[in-house]
Every structure is written in C-alpha cells, then in structure tokens.
Design a protein around this ligand. Structure first.
Ligand code: HEM
Length: 116
C-alpha cells in the first residue's frame, strides 16, 4: 500500500464526486462516505462494472452491499480507510483478486450531504 500526497485535505464536495462519472474525467464513487477513485478498477470489477455504475448515485453502504464481498475484500478496504483517516492523504491500494489495477481513497464527503 502506498500513500501519495496530491491532496492536503480529505474533505470533498459531493458535486465534485458527481462530476467524475466517466473514464476520461475519472470515475469516483462513495463507499461509506469515503470517495474512491475506481477509474482503473471499474472495468475489472469481478461481477462487472454495471453493478457499481447502477449504484453510483447513492453511497454504497459497506454494511449491506459489502456482505456480498469476501471478508478479505472488506478488510483491505477498511485498512486503507484507517490509513487515510490517520494521514488525511490519498491512499492507493489493490485488491488481491484484481491486483493489476489500483483503487485510491481520495477523501471523504460530509455524510449529511448524502441522500441515503
Ligand atoms: C471498492 C471496490 C468495490 C466496490 C465499490 C464494489 C461494489 C460492488 C457493488 C455495488 C456490488 C453490487 C451489490 C448488489 O448487487 O447489491 C458488487 C457486487 C460484487 N462484487 Fe464488488 N465491489 C468492489 C470490489 C470487489 C472486489 C475486490 C471483488 C473481488 C472478489 C468483488 C466482487 C464482487 C462480486 C463477486 C459481486 C457480485 C455479488 C452478487 O451479485 O451476489 N468486488 N460489488
């Protein structure tokens, strides 16, 4: 896991997330109020990109949606979240099933700005 430091603060506006909805500008999603850059990973999601794209306008709730994922998938995500919380910096990581393509935690949105 590597940490990069292009961003100093971790707070991101919901609008900025919504503006990143294609491969050219980047594809961002919110999981549990963390903003993830899935631009590289999306097409390689094991059950297809469409499942994530369909859920994109809502925050993906790790408690419910991630129950379909393996425990180590959730653990990898949670470890990256902890690292982000500790540093406030961008954290890039890889899931072991899709280890050619990295995922980055860019920051967080204010949970009260989300329509759940
Ligand atoms: C941050 C990364 C990921 C996100 C945001 C994500 C998101 C999602 C979402 C929203 C669904 C649909 C759940 C539903 O239908 O309600 C899903 C399904 C699924 N994901 Fe992921 N996923 C991620 C990573 C992974 C990884 C690393 C694996 C590797 C095993 C994986 C394997 C699957 C599988 C097999 C399904 C289908 C489950 C089913 O339809 O029963 N995902 N994912």
């Amino acid at each position: 896991m590597t940490i990069t430091s292009e961003r100093k603060t971790s707070q991101i506006d919901l609008q900025e997330v919504q503006d990143h909805d294609d491969p050219e500008r980047g594809f961002w999603v919110i999981v549990d109020s963390y903003v993830l850059d899935l631009t590289e990973f999306l097409r390689h999601h094991p059950s297809g990109a469409q499942k994530i794209v369909k859920r994109r306008n809502k925050s993906i709730d790790i408690g419910s949606n991630f129950l379909d994922h393996f425990a180590h998938t959730v653990r990898t995500f949670r470890e990256a979240c902890s690292k982000h919380d500790a540093t406030g910096q961008v954290v890039s990581f890889r899931f072991k099933e899709v280890d050619q393509y990295s995922v980055s935690i860019l920051g967080k949105v204010d949970p009260s700005s989300l329509l759940m």
